[in-house]
Design a protein around this ligand. Structure first.
Ligand code: SGN
Ligand code: CA
Length: 542
């Protein structure tokens, strides 16, 4: 019925419909005709293994868990390309990278494209983005933006620089706190105007090089985290793509940047990458930093750590820093929820928490992402909106980051452009996570950034409920296939296993069909043409 109603009428219709489905969830006192606010929280590189609501045993994330417990946890949400810029471009446009033109981090986003914030803005929403943007061109479709700049737009953890509606500014403090302050003041302004709003609330954390806040510096230094059972993976049965990457805990983590085993004197002497970020910290924080990292430096230099023991040790240091930055994000979400509760708008706000992609926390011996393996292809996705979502729901529906744009438009009662390639999740969310009959059977993936940092070969593939099929191409031509139920850690490549030949044929046919459907049929050829995306570093192409 929705598609024959004009937008405004649809918006009015949407809520009573949801309320009819979930009578116990409707909120007394608030106007049922109010269009929902949308707060889209996205972190950078936060993975489900580091969220207690996804069963992770590394740390507690009570505020994220609250969103999941009072809303829905999506268990099969996938990035279409596990890299920041590409994921963000898919989210804004509802289209895959080969269509929106942003295929790797060397691209510049064509901001003249239709995006969901532009459409919401045109329908009376106040729109804002705070934090990481990473798409290089200036944001369009936002009434307010304050986006991180520097280090090729990754921004800084301490005293970060921003582009705020076109003006360069530097803020004092810790990025996660500052971005939260900006989010809350946007919310206050929009709320006082009485307009519905859409806020993209995008943290830098927990991106490399994992610098904790002053309060959380060293907070996990007494903890020993469980190692993933495949920390010492030997890649047997996998293709050369797995063994030729450069993202291992054993050898890729840098002493200065990642492990932080430099003394103050060494940092200040220069010739290291820490100097730039260390000198942004106030002196008292530098001193806390020095004392927190001193025992680590001593241990590292004791000469006692060798071989596997050294790798295990590096894993612990990596976890301590990464998880400490996650803790600040969880605290930020706590602040947000409390703020909305106090101003009375919590239940009329769709709160989404996700990350641009997942991340390896030592699985296969790695950090970083990029591969179409489960840990980083999977995105966390939890959503709270009691007017439509029954608290405590979970869902196995296969969704992708291209679904977010149509979902937000749908909830706002705004027409979804026909050329958006994702599908609205509204129906799934309103039905306690049940997968509709005609839902897609697979998530599509395509990674392009090679040759480049971390040396992950170009590849594409599909993930169904039970299997994964991957084709690595460009300077290799090799396939991997996994039985996800029998082998969730993806250790056993069954592509050439005769017992799976029927499934292999079926999956290959499905992959080709999906590529036809999405118009992604000739990856090598398309790479030469470079469509309407504008690249900054030509060197990263062929
Ligand atoms: C930086 C990091 C990489 C990371 C990319 C992309 N290197 O270049 O480890 O893969 O960002 O990350 S660093 O030495 O500068 O820390 S993304 O999330 O933005 O795609
Ligand atoms: Ca990222």
């Amino acid at each position: 019925m929705n598609h024959i109603l004009p937008n405004k009428l649809k918006a009015l219709y949407a809520l009573p419909l949801a309320a009819a489905v979930l009578p116990s969830c409707s909120q007394g006192g608030e106007s049922e005709q109010q269009r929902p606010n949308i707060i889209f929280i996205m972190t950078d590189d936060h993975t489900t293994q580091a969220m207690s609501c996804y069963g992770g045993n590394l740390l507690q994330t009570p505020n994220m868990d609250r969103i999941a417990n009072e809303g829905i946890r999506m268990d099969n949400c996938y990035a279409t390309n596990a890299l920041s810029g590409p994921s963000r471009a898919c989210i804004l446009t509802g289209k895959f990278g080969h269509v929106n033109g942003f295929t790797d981090n060397a691209c510049r986003f064509d901001s003249t494209q239709v995006t969901f914030p532009k459409l919401l803005q045109a329908e009376g929403y106040r729109t804002g983005i705070v934090g990481k943007w990473h798409l290089i061109s200036e944001p369009q479709g936002f009434d307010f933006w304050s986006i991180l700049t520097g280090q090729e737009e990754q921004g800084d953890y301490y005293n970060p620089d921003f582009n705020e509606n076109g003006v360069a500014i530097q803020e004092k403090g810790y990025a996660t706190d500052i971005i939260t302050d900006k989010a809350l003041s946007f919310i206050d302004e929009a709320t006082s105007e009485g307009k519905p709003y859409c806020l993209m609330f995008h943290h830098k954390a927990p991106h490399r090089n994992w610098m904790p806040s002053p309060e959380n510096l060293g907070i996990f230094n007494d903890r020993v985290f469980p190692e993933p059972e495949n920390l010492f993976d030997d890649y047997s049965s996998r293709t050369q793509a797995a063994s030729s990457q450069d993202m291992s805990i054993a050898s890729t983590l840098k002493e200065d940047w990642d492990l932080k085993v430099l003394t103050r004197e060494e940092i200040l002497a220069g010739g290291n990458r820490l100097l730039g970020v260390y000198s942004r910290m106030p002196e008292e924080v530098q001193h806390k930093w020095d004392s927190v990292y001193a025992p680590r430096i001593a241990e590292y230099r004791s000469g006692k750590l060798k071989g596997k023991e050294l790798v295990s040790w590096k894993y612990q240091q990596y976890m301590r820093d990464y998880l400490a930055t996650v803790l600040s994000v969880d605290q930020s979400i706590g602040r947000l929820l409390e703020h909305l509760e106090k101003n009375g708008t919590l239940d009329n706000t769709i709160i989404v928490y996700t990350s641009d992609q997942g991340f390896f926390l030592g699985e296969h011996g790695w950090f970083d992402k990029r591969f179409m393996y489960e840990e980083c292809q999977r995105m966390p996705l939890i959503i709270r909106y009691p007017k439509a979502i029954r608290p405590g729901s979970t869902s196995n529906a296969i969704c992708m980051n291209v679904d977010f744009a149509p979902t937000f438009l749908d909830f706002a009662g705004v027409d979804i452009p026909e050329d958006m390639q994702g599908r609205s999740l509204k129906e799934v969310l309103e039905n306690e996570g049940k997968t509709p009959e005609d839902w897609r059977k697979a998530a599509y993936y395509h990674y392009y950034e090679y040759p480049a940092e971390h040396s992950v070969k170009r590849h594409y593939g599909i993930r169904t409920a039970d299997f994964k099929l991957i084709h690595f191409y460009n300077d290799i031509d090799s396939w991997e296939m996994y039985d996800e139920k029998a082998d969730p850690r993806e250790m056993n490549n069954i592509y050439d296993d005769p017992a799976y030949s029927a499934q292999r044929e079926r999956l290959t046919a499905l992959l080709r069909q999906i590529q036809q459907e999405y118009g992604d049929t000739d990856p090598d050829e398309r790479e030469r043409v470079l469509f309407h995306g504008d690249r900054r570093f030509i060197g990263r192409s062929k």
